[in-house]
Design a protein around this ligand. Structure first.
Ligand code: BMP
Length: 214
């Protein structure tokens, strides 16, 4: 995944043609498109392949299963064109190792603390341990909350130069520049972009906000 604008578009738009329209409008200003279940369930898995012709695709399937099932999901997601797959870490080391092995040259990102208020209930309590385990397993990077930039700082201390992607910017209340300042490599932004009347303007403004702190 290139590291230019530091913006990953979370494309949870469930109307396929609107989703493709947003991608075409912002493609030059983002480093990757993150695709989650809402779009795959409405547009079909081929949407991964279609968007991978325009941009790197991170499949946010938050895979959480036994090693064999993790392997099957990751292999098939990568075969469709994903450059990266997001997995949950709480499933343990064997499942995470299965993900890393199945990904081959593609990247695995592991969730640490989640960005929503409920993320504090369980994920926050084990975020550091999950980050340590991810480093041991050789994941490419981690998901850490832009809604709590101080937690990005904590996770950064553990993961060294592995990548950190931070969701929670905009609609969830986090700020792109605060997340990047705290040590995120990329921000993940969904509704603030794809629900806007002018997605390109939103992305351009965010791009300059981020550049102002680099
Ligand atoms: P939005 O900017 O619309 O809030 O979208 C954020 C995206 O990041 C969603 O796709 C969500 O599933 C994802 N995400 C998150 O918000 N918090 C997390 O802790 C992990 C995520 O993957």
């Amino acid at each position: 995944m290139r590291k230019d604008t530091r913006i990953v578009l979370a494309l949870d738009e469930t109307d396929k043609s609107r989703a493709l329209d947003v991608v075409s409008k912002v493609a030059e200003h983002i480093d990757a498109v993150k695709i989650n279940w809402p779009l795959v369930l409405t547009a079909g898995p081929e949407i991964i392949t279609k968007i991978s012709d325009i941009s790197d695709v991170v499949c946010d399937f938050k895979v959480a299963d036994i090693p064999n099932t993790v392997k099957l999901i990751v292999e098939n997601t990568v075969a469709l064109g994903a450059s990266a797959v997001i997995v949950h870490a709480f499933t343990g080391e064997d499942s995470m190792l299965a993900a890393v092995e199945a990904a081959g040259k593609a990247e695995i990102y592991a969730v640490t603390e989640m960005s929503h208020p409920g993320g504090k209930t369980f994920t926050a309590l084990h975020a550091e341990d999950m980050a340590r385990m991810g480093v041991r397993c050789g994941v490419a990077g981690f998901i850490a909350p832009a809604t709590r930039p101080e937690r990005i700082v904590d996770i950064r201390r553990i993961v060294g130069d592995r990548k950190i992607l931070s969701p929670g910017v905009g609609t969830q209340g986090g700020s792109a520049s605060a997340a990047i300042n705290a040590g995120a490599d990329y921000v993940i932004v969904g509704r603030a972009i794809y629900r806007s009347d002018d997605p390109e303007a939103v992305v351009k403004a965010m791009e300059s906000e981020i550049r102002s702190v680099l």
